[in-house]
Design a protein around this ligand. Sequence first.
Ligand code: ATP
Length: 231
Amino acid sequence: MLEIKQMTSGYGPMQVLWDLDLKVNPNEVQVVLGANGAGKSTLLKVIIGLLPLWSGMLKMEGDDIAHMSVTARVKRGVGYMSEKGIFPELTVEENLRLGGLSKKRGETQEQIDSVYQRFPELKERRGYVAGGLSGGQRKLVGVGRSLISQPKILLMDEPSSGLSPRYVSEVIERLAELRGQMTLVIAEQNISFLKIADTVSVIEGGRTRFEGSVADFTNDDNLKTAFFGIE
Ligand code: ATP
């Protein structure tokens, strides 16, 4: 679904990603683990096209997408949920509508209805200001908005960010419901997300330090201790 080889990128003169490799198979859930500043957000921004690829390869389903606009990538099936995820001052429905900017009006409404079917609690709160919802529900608005474009692959930047542990578990449960329906790439520092993952990659200093199955990661005591202080 997604193939990245020797990716370099950064901000202005500052290089953040150094020959990063990543491979994600169709319909799998991959968690990209890394500490603060490891380069996870930067990686997702290069994939969706918010930051330029400096060098290396970025392919989706075998096609080079590196030089496509963000809109073209969204149409091609790349979805993106930023760390903030929502516009807090807009209503739930207005947030969802923004997810349909690359779609025709009628199609957007169809997709909003399908998000409401999936997440009935959002339908009940469609007229509420998103910033006034609980932490878990706010994240659901972000997930819902990124589903409107009907992504084949959904990139999520730290869905746990700003959430108490209770809401983190709630978000993980809801994301589990998307399993098998699309490919998910979840950038996180919270290892609880491994519960719903098929594969893991670990990023350190803008480089891929590990890529493999959750079982391989879990059995690698050195890696776990080095990165997450867990024995
Ligand atoms: P976090 O969990 O803190 O978001 P991350 O793994 O997502 O961590 P990035 O946000 O990708 O890390 O940041 C990687 C590096 O790029 C850091 O050194 C950060 O300071 C730097 N950086 C991030 N955004 C910018 C920016 N807009 N301009 C300049 N440098 C940036």
